[in-house]
Design a protein around this ligand. Structure first.
Ligand SMILES: [Fe+2]
Length: 146
């Protein structure tokens, strides 16, 4: 289907923030410390792999719409709105990543409305899956941060 600029913009922003959160989660995998190290180290590993898979799907949806995916880290960093955070240990990392997943769930919900308004059901379907994933991961991180 022909690309609608508002849908392309929304997808680009969600893709950039998904990639940014994958990098942040990978850093958490490296930097986590404390009594929960082993469980969190493994959980963060699963989470960044899921986020990279999601970034792949989002980028390939852009290509299916006839658009180019971001060319590199600078383009992704420019489009991303998530900010870096500290490395203050297990619970703090979980709380910060929980907030990022909540932010991304809200961004995906806004992008979903844009896609539905444009009649782009395939993009809408992709975004519904992303909302479900971010909600679930935010719940798990919130439980770990409690
Ligand atoms: Fe590793």
């Amino acid at each position: 289907m022909p690309a609608v600029p508002a849908v392309v913009d929304a997808l680009n922003t969600v893709l950039a923030n998904t990639y940014a959160l994958a990098v942040k989660t990978h850093a958490a995998h490296w930097n986590v410390q404390g009594a929960g190290f082993f469980a969190l180290h493994d959980a963060f590993s699963k989470q960044y792999e899921d986020l990279l898979d999601a970034a792949d799907e989002l980028a390939e949806r852009l290509r299916a719409l006839g658009q180019r995916a971001p060319a590199g880290l600078k383009a992704i960093a420019t489009a991303a709105t998530l900010r870096d955070h500290g490395n203050d240990g297990g619970a703090a990392l979980c709380g910060e990543l929980r907030d990022d997943h909540r932010t991304l769930a809200a961004a995906c919900a806004a992008a979903l409305k844009t896609a539905q308004t444009a009649g782009d059901e395939a993009t809408a379907d992709l975004l519904i899956g992303r909302i479900d994933s971010h909600d679930k991961t935010a719940w798990m991180l919130a439980a770990a941060a409690a």
